[in-house]
Structures are given as C-alpha cells and as structure tokens.
Write a protein that binds this ligand. Structure first.
Ligand code: C2E
Ligand code: CA
Ligand code: CA
Ligand code: CA
Length: 279
C-alpha cells in the first residue's frame, strides 16, 4: 500500500495541490455560509399560456458572499454535491421555499406551486421523505403546493429505489416533475412508471426555436408525448417572442424564462404578482 501511495504522489503535481487547496477553501466557505445564513432564494414565475396567469414559481438558490458578492449555483452546487453539503443546503432551501409559499398564501394571494430542485445526494438520503414531511409540517404548507424537480440521471442512479421514494412522496400529496427533460438517459418505458405530474423541457432545446429543425422536432415531440401521457409540460429558458409563438402554436402548457421574468427576490415577486394577476 505504501509503494502504491508513493506512486500516486508522483502524479500529485503542484497544480493539483493548488486546486485541492482551492476546493478545500471553498468547502470551508460553504460550511461558513450555512452557519452565517448567506444563502438566499430567488423565484422565477411559471406562466400558464391558456390563462396567462402565474401559477407557480421555481425557487433558485443564491449565495450572497460578503466579499465575492452573489455567487451563482453553477459555481457552488457541484462542489456542494460532491461533499454532501448539498444535504443541509438543500434542507434550508426546502424549508425556506415552503415557508415563503405559505407566507404568500397567508397574505391572500392566489395559491402558487413552489418548485424546488433536488439533487441525488438529498433524494437518496434515507431520511429524505421525513425531511420533506418536516418542511411541510413546519411551514404549514399544503403538500399540493410543493413540487420537487428531479432529473432523469438522479432517478436512473437507482431506478427501483427512486420510484419507491417517488411513490411515497406522491402519497403524501407532493407534486413531482422531471427537470431538464430530454437531456438524460431515462427510457420511455421507465417514464411510464414515474408518478410525475409534469415534464420540463430543457432550455437547450428551447434555445434553437423556431428555426432549428432538430430542436423544433424535439420540442414538439416532448409536448405531444407529455399530452399523450396526461402530463403537464413547461418550456424553460424562453427568451424571445418567436420562441413563445412556437410554443403557443404547438400547445405547450406553460413557460418559464427571461421573456416573462428573471428569477426575483420574494419581495419583488410580490409586486409582480399584484400587477399581473386579477385578485
Ligand atoms: P435549472 O434547475 O435548470 O434552473 C434553470 C436555470 O435557468 C436557472 O439558473 C435560471 O436562472 C436560468 N434561466 C431561467 N430563465 C432563463 C432564460 O430565459 N434564459 C437563460 N439563459 N437562463 C434562464 P440558475 O438559477 O443559475 O441555476 C442553475 C442551476 O443550478 C439550476 O438549473 C439547478 O440545476 C441548480 N440549482 C439552482 N438552485 C438549486 C437548489 O436550490 N438546489 C439544487 N440542488 N440545485 C439548484
Ligand atoms: Ca430546475
Ligand atoms: Ca431545468
Ligand atoms: Ca439545467
């Protein structure tokens, strides 16, 4: 073992050790961030195309670092996932999103669904279902106003276990959806067994609308698949009127994207909801 170890050390260059140092530092900062309450949520509206109303929001995490400013999830979620820190961070996200949604309802707004992103580490954790139950209980949020966004790769890691967990959550009344649909590796035969309520079309396909023929074919294909399976379907990353028109023409149920609104802090979303809905 010792000889092997020495051999490995030969590959352990100064550059690698610098990177390891950066990662360790970042890991420590993430831990601090949790303790210091540096995470924030922003909420992006999901718009029903038939009724032109906001009927849901996706909660997206931000890290407000005292020195670095706002750090995007792309910069820290992967490390949080590798280190397992995503479990306590994700727990915070779940509790905060449920509490905020309940607060909107208490303020008399029309009820919204809040969607929360779930990573594999959280979902495969033995206490996951209990953690979701706890967040609902603590916030007082009716489970039908919570949606959990799962990815195909998360589910396919351990298909049987994932479907069992999904069924438990479904029994609790929580909504489940597949995020980034079309980019993963779940088969159509597996999809049939998922207790989900909607598919989210990945923004990489929406980007090419309406001109890219492949993207157009994929998007119309996903929409008709969803409709035939009795699932809702939402297109993500909608930025242009041309994309919106294509989605309207092809009977997509809902959209989410900068065209309608960027993700907003809760107080700014309040203002948007007041302005856009007729309550
Ligand atoms: P995602 O779940 O696919 O979220 C959608 C991303 O697209 C968000 O990026 C959102 O801000 C961005 N987006 C929305 N509309 C548009 C648009 O019209 N154009 C473009 N170009 N982008 C748009 P964000 O907030 O930076 O999040 C990136 C990813 O980080 C998310 O992708 C998700 O995978 C992950 N993430 C965010 N929050 C959480 C969280 O609380 N927990 C976990 N596990 N992952 C999270
Ligand atoms: Ca998502
Ligand atoms: Ca997505
Ligand atoms: Ca994505």
């Amino acid at each position: 073992a010792k000889a092997l170890g020495r051999n490995n050390y030969q590959h352990y260059t100064a550059e690698m050790s610098a990177r390891t140092h950066d990662r360790l530092q970042m890991q420590e900062q993430l831990r601090q961030a949790l303790a210091n309450h540096e995470f924030r949520l922003v909420y992006q509206p999901q718009v029903d195309l038939a009724t032109e109303t906001i009927n849901g929001v996706e909660a997206l995490v931000r890290w407000e670092h005292p020195m670095m400013g706002l750090v995007s999830p792309a910069q820290f979620i992967p490390l949080a996932e590798e280190t397992g820190l995503i479990v306590p961070i994700g727990d915070w996200v779940l509790h905060e999103a449920c509490k905020q949604n309940k607060a909107w309802q208490r303020a008399g707004m029309p009820p919204l669904t809040v969607s929360v992103n779930v990573s594999a580490h959280q979902f495969l954790h033995e206490e996951w279902v209990a953690r979701v139950a706890h967040a609902l209980e603590e916030s007082g949020l009716d489970p039908r106003y919570l949606e959990l966004e799962l990815t195909e790769s998360l589910i396919m890691r351990d298909l049987d276990a994932a479907v069992a967990t999904m069924k438990e959550l479904q029994r609790m009344g929580v909504r489940l959806s597949i995020d980034d649909f079309g980019t993963g590796y779940s088969s159509l035969s597996a999809l049939k067994h998922f207790p989900i309520v909607r598919l989210k079309i990945d923004q990489s396909f929406v980007r090419g609308l309406p001109h890219d023929e492949d993207d157009s074919a994929i998007v119309t294909g996903i929409i008709s698949l969803a409709r035939r399976l009795n699932l809702d379907v939402i297109a993500e990353g909608v930025e242009t009127v041309d994309q919106l028109d294509f989605l309207l023409d092809n009977d997509c149920h809902e959209i989410q994207g900068y065209l309608f609104s960027r993700p907003l802090p809760a107080d700014q979303l309040n203002a948007l909801l007041r302005e856009r809905s007729t309550w």
